[in-house]
Design a protein around this ligand. Structure first.
Ligand code: GCB
Length: 589
């Protein structure tokens, strides 16, 4: 994984002045830049021409300036902008953010601004000078500002644009709310001149009594010492980095392995030049063997659910530790040991909490239907997102699956982009499983069998299937007679299934048009009957935990802009189908 850093540099086309900070929450010297920021809504995208980034004030009596960050709109950071003003509910376009912050000493330290997530494109100026750009709403970026900072007041301006794009990832159409803005934390991080820019620590593949990994320093001009300690394992060792700032880690250890039932995490400390970076890391192995997924060598069934990064009750994107707790407690309440963070990397805070709670994770980049695979830029953008996701989350023991796509259809360009992404994922991290979600298995009436003809399914480690039997497609025969001939000799996960129901609505259990809890419950019961006959089924994740907002759900009575496939309503009420899944998970080992 040492390669990540190098390849990052080559491919960081979408990031000007990219620097690297891993684990922003573990750095000793960190200042939050969250809070109220000044903002300007720039509907016609004129702000760059008008040089908003200069944040100018009239300098003489004869001068006027047609904008001002002062005394205008104030927006919360982190948070999406759509949920902060009624007139921004459907807004897609430019919003400018501005704030001041103070630097009170001028010791020669390195400083970085860390953006945990800005949807979708960001351009950043510090004291009037452009310092970086980033594309991609669900992964972080970091900009070194050491040489641009002034002692005293500093002026930070960010232009955010959340317009959907033909060549975006995701692209023009997707089934969730396009929340824009600075949706995650912003931090100012201070480091010494040579600092820990990357590290990896995990159980060695095939040898769990060995801890394996590396440290990578940035800015190291000579060989250096990095102290690594894991007090509970009585590990305290000095690693000597080479001239490129790299040192491999290979230590004998007998950690208690991380499992969903006992999600043991160890406090880990790295000290470089008196600077401490701390983390909480769990150790485990994950692999497949034939039809099985083996966690620490033992076959497991993934009892899961999907969810979006949304708090439905607040009509906004989830962003805080408390939000993560709300979502994950509901995941646990269903009896899950696993979840799919749907279609994009969610907040790092949520993934960390999931590790503490024993929830295994399928994490995906936002390649969601309708991607312009024929455009060569797509591969570059997707690679960048994949690298950013793996760079950020590779030390989380609970992440067991990297997924590269959801519901894409075979074509020469799609096959070539996605098979490249599969091999890149294996190359960046050969310890986890690579998956994709497929909605293209086809039913053969004469044999009652679903088959999948797709080259991509042959190169992934785990095949996910999204099939909404009873909703988008009627059950073609009685569920106990359906045969799934998909993913031969590989684990199959039912990564999506379900149907819509309005909480509290009762009606015919055999009529989709009733939008009733009874009909949704019947869909779940039938799916469960079908699951019992799938020999390589190793996991299920209903679509979806909560009803979620979507501009493509128009029915005026039953949807009103909500996808109603939740097992739980937008108000937090559990539907009948919730109890069906709960029972299924209670009865499965
Ligand atoms: C799917 C998609 C998911 C949608 C869901 C639906 O196949 O993967 O993003 O929200 O179906 O409700 O149609």
């Amino acid at each position: 994984m040492k390669r990540i850093l190098l390849v990052f540099i080559i491919y960081s086309f979408s990031v000007k002045a990219q620097s690297f900070i891993l684990n922003p929450y573990g750095h000793a010297n960190t200042q939050s830049l969250n809070g109220k920021w000044n903002a300007i809504i720039d509907l016609y995208c004129r702000g760059e021409k008008a040089k908003f980034y200069q944040n100018r004030k009239p300098a003489s009596k004869s001068e006027f300036v047609e904008y001002s960050f002062q005394d205008g709109l104030r927006l919360d950071v982190p948070s999406d902008f759509n949920s902060q003003l009624p007139e921004l509910k459907y807004y897609e376009g430019n919003v400018w953010y501005q704030r001041y912050f103070t630097i009170s000493d001028n010791t020669p330290k390195r400083r970085f601004i860390y953006f945990a997530g800005v949807n979708y494109q960001a351009t950043v100026w510090l004291n009037g000078v452009e310092i970086g750009k980033h594309e991609g709403g669900f992964t972080p970026f970091q900009l070194e500002v050491t040489n641009q900072l002034k002692q005293g007041e500093n002026d930070l301006v960010v232009m955010v644009n959340n317009s959907r794009k033909v060549d975006g990832i995701p692209a023009l159409n997707f089934d969730w709310w396009n929340y824009g803005g600075i949706t995650r934390d912003v931090l100012l991080i201070e480091t010494p001149s040579a600092y820990l820019s990357d590290y990896s620590l995990q159980s060695k593949k095939g040898a769990p009594s060995q801890i394996n990994g590396y440290v990578q320093l940035a800015g190291a001009e000579k060989e250096q010492q990095v102290e690594l300690s894991i007090p509970e394992l009585k590990i305290k060792t000095n690693l000597s980095t080479n001239q490129k700032g790299y040192a491999a880690i290979d230590l004998p250890a007998k950690p208690t392995l991380w499992t969903p039932e006992a999600p043991k995490l160890y406090d880990v400390y790295f000290i470089v030049n008196n600077d401490t970076v701390s983390d909480q890391i769990g150790f485990r192995t994950i692999e497949t063997k034939g039809n099985d997924i083996l966690l620490n060598g033992k076959s497991i069934f993934l009892k899961g659910v999907n969810f979006h990064e949304e708090i439905p009750q607040r009509l906004g994107r989830a962003y805080s530790d408390a939000d993560a707790a709300m979502i994950l407690n509901e995941v646990k309440a269903l009896g899950c040991n696993y979840a799919r963070t749907a279609h994009y990397p969610q907040n790092e805070l949520l993934l960390r909490k999931a590790a503490q709670l024993g929830i295994m994770i399928w994490e995906e980049i936002p390649i969601w239907q309708g991607i312009e695979f024929t455009n060569p830029i797509i591969l570059k953008k997707a690679e960048n997102m994949l690298r950013e996701m793996i760079y950020r989350d590779k030390n989380r023991a609970n992440i067991i699956i990297w997924s590269i796509a959801n519901e894409t259809w075979p074509s020469p360009s799609r096959d070539s982009v996605l098979t490249e992404l599969v091999s890149l994922t294996h190359q960046l991290d050969n310890t986890r499983l690579v998956a994709a979600a497929f909605d293209n298995p086809v039913y053969d009436k004469s044999t009652f069998t679903f088959n999948l003809k797709d080259r991509l399914a042959e190169v992934v480690d785990v095949v996910g299937v999204n099939k909404y039997l009873g909703w988008y497609l009627p059950f073609p025969t009685s569920p106990e007679n359906i045969i799934w001939n998909v993913a031969k000799n590989k684990p199959l996960i039912f990564s999506e299934f379900g149907g819509e129901a309005l909480y509290g609505q009762h009606g015919f259990a055999d009529s989709a048009a009733s939008w009733s809890e009874d009909y949704q419950e019947a869909i779940y019961k039938k799916n469960i009957v079908m699951f019992k006959n799938i020999p390589n089924l190793r996991g299920t994740s209903p679509w979806v935990l909560f009803d979620f907002r979507s501009p493509t759900r128009w029915h005026p009575l039953n949807q009103e802009g909500w996808n109603r496939k939740g097992l739980v309503s937008d108000k937090g009420q559990r539907k009948k189908s919730w109890y069906v899944m709960k029972k299924f998970y209670q009865e499965r080992d």
